[in-house]
Ligand binder design. Structure first.
Ligand SMILES: Cc1cc2nc3c(=O)[nH]c(=O)nc-3n(C[C@H](O)[C@H](O)[C@H](O)COP(=O)(O)OP(=O)(O)OC[C@H]3O[C@@H](n4cnc5c(N)ncnc54)[C@H](O)[C@@H]3O)c2cc1C
Length: 483
């Protein structure tokens, strides 16, 4: 185990990276105590701002020698507390490692440093007629290193998959300070264990990514964007299944419920029809003829499923305006009440209607305001509770509502996290998803790679609690039977 904080840590870090790259002022440390997760803050003891990949292994070795904990950090946009310390720790900021080292048009790959912003890579490859599909809603700020560490999804996951589907190679500094490389530019590779997939989605707990080789594909030639309005979330969910059953896999198949539509309209004034119960945003892409055919099929299916209104974007400007409704959803919801808690329970696509019922029942049972939006085509929902962390009674009900939502997702064959990771906030629920032998295997892997718990301790696997110090059972007892 890492020992007590030693005062020489700061001076020794400065010897590796330069004194100006080690932050210790309270105001700096305070800022780095947050990520995008609500109700979570813990300031680090120091921040080391890496300017050269070669500095990483020496800092990791120093952590081993002096026994301090180290937390890799990209943009800090995570939504499960992954880059927030749980104890005395040094945060290692990787955003300055932001070079695209190579775009290989013959092999369709990009070699990048971990601090490259997701949308910067999008723009760079699209300028060459290529495409890097993973596009988390946070793509304007999130880093590729953070995306790989969380196995991020996004709005194009249904057709194109997740970050893990695009990582062909990964350079990783291990907790013992050694550097490994797994992967290459070959489309096929069956040599040895596929180690890179052990590290993808490891949330900064197993190694620090210093370089990644990413797969590119040709940029789709054409795209059409549509919106459809339905009376209820259930009707929209049924249309999602019908679109897939009609053998169309849209690039984007997102939805917003009425609460979210209203908040978006109040915020962005996009002209949404807030009198309906749900909105579906649909984008099909590919060759022009295929896109025209698929747009026609989607139109017919939506009408057959009872869409109350349907619109096909006439031009790219209108398409952007339609897509904005989904892009600003989180921001729009976050304006309404002091605290916004968003989750990412995910179910097999066919179970979407039942999952919507689970969320609506949780909102009613615990008397909470929940706006739900998300990646409908992936079965990945973002129930977002609009609350106030100063209201302890309400926060206790929030805890119970999320317990209902996670248990509902698991009962439907789903997962507690489709894309945001476990971090600290979902640790209590991981044991409900996996059995003991499986959890033991995960713990064994962590213990083997990081026996001294240097890297990002207190995340993913350690037993934890969510908001404050109470378990769901204790909260039930405090509140009595919910109304
Ligand atoms: C408005 C908004 C919208 C979002 N939309 C989506 C979405 O659509 N899909 C989605 O999947 N997520 C989404 N997210 C969540 C978040 O943006 C992603 O998880 C993102 O990948 C985090 O990247 P980051 O650079 O901010 O990483 P951070 O938050 O800094 O870190 C996240 C985790 O990665 C680890 N890490 C970071 N860099 C490295 C590295 N180089 N090596 C090893 N570990 C590392 C950290 O230790 C931490 O555990 C959204 C967040 C916000 C605020």
């Amino acid at each position: 185990m890492a020992g007590a904080w030693r005062p020489e840590v700061v001076a020794r870090l400065a010897q590796i990276v330069g004194a100006e790259q080690v932050l210790t002022a309270p105001e700096d440390l305070y800022v780095y105590g947050y990520d995008g997760t609500a109700m979570l803050h813990h300031a680090p003891r120091a921040v080391v701002d890496i300017t050269d990949t070669a500095q990483i292994a020496p800092v990791v070795r120093l952590a081993g020698e002096l026994g301090f904990k180290l937390i890799p950090r990209g943009a800090g946009s995570g939504l499960s507390g992954g880059s927030v310390p749980v104890d005395d720790a040094v945060i290692m900021v990787l955003t300055r490692l932001n070079r695209i080292l190579e775009i290989d048009e013959a092999n369709l790959t990009a070699m990048v440093e971990p601090g490259v912003i997701t949308e910067v890579l999008h723009a760079a490859v699209e300028a060459r007629g290529l495409f890097y599909p993973p596009d988390p809603g946070s793509g304007k700020i999130s880093t590729l290193g953070g995306n790989i560490a969380e196995n991020s999804g996004g709005l194009r996951g249904l057709k194109y998959g997740l970050t893990k589907d695009y990582v062909m190679g990964l350079e990783v500094v291990l907790p013992n300070g050694e550097t490994i490389w797994s992967g290459n530019k070959c489309v096929k590779d069956a040599a040895g264990y596929d180690l890179k997939h052990v590290f993808i989605g490891s949330e900064g707990t197993l190694g620090i990514f210093t370089k990644a080789l990413l797969k590119l594909i040709p940029r789709p030639a054409a795209k059409r964007t549509m919106v459809a309005y339905f009376d209820s979330m259930r009707a929209a969910a049924e249309a999602v299944s019908a679109i897939i059953a009609a053998r169309v896999i849209p690039a984007t198949l997102e939805f917003l419920d009425q609460v979210t539509m209203q908040c978006v309209e109040d915020y962005a004034k996009l002209g949404l029809r807030t009198n309906y119960g749900a909105l579906l945003l649909i984008e099909v892409d590919g060759h022009a003829q295929q896109v025209a055919d698929e747009a026609a099929t989607v139109t017919q299916v939506c009408e057959a499923c009872g869409a109350r209104e349907f619109a096909l974007a006439a031009d790219p400007a209108e398409a952007l305006r339609m897509a904005a409704a989904r892009r600003v959803a989180f921001t729009a919801l976050a304006r309404v009440r002091p605290t916004t808690i968003l989750e990412d329970a995910t179910v097999p696509r066919s179970k979407l209607p039942e999952m919507i019922d689970v969320i609506e029942a949780a909102a009613a049972r615990h008397r909470l305001w929940i706006g739900t939006f998300g990646h409908a085509g992936d079965g990945n929902l973002h129930p977002t509770i609009l609350t106030d962390e100063r209201d302890t009674d309400e926060i206790a009900r929030v805890e119970l509502a999320f317990t209902d939502i996670f248990e509902g997702a698991l009962a439907l064959g789903g997962t507690i996290s489709g894309e945001h990771g476990t971090g600290t906030v979902k640790m209590p629920f991981l044991a409900r998803q996996y059995d003991d032998p499986t959890l033991t295997m995960m713990r064994t892997l962590k213990a083997m790679l990081d026996p001294n718990e240097i890297l990002n301790p207190g995340k993913v696997l350690q037993p934890g609690r969510r908001f404050g110090e109470r378990t769901a059972v204790e909260i039930e007892q405090i509140l009595g039977a919910p109304a």
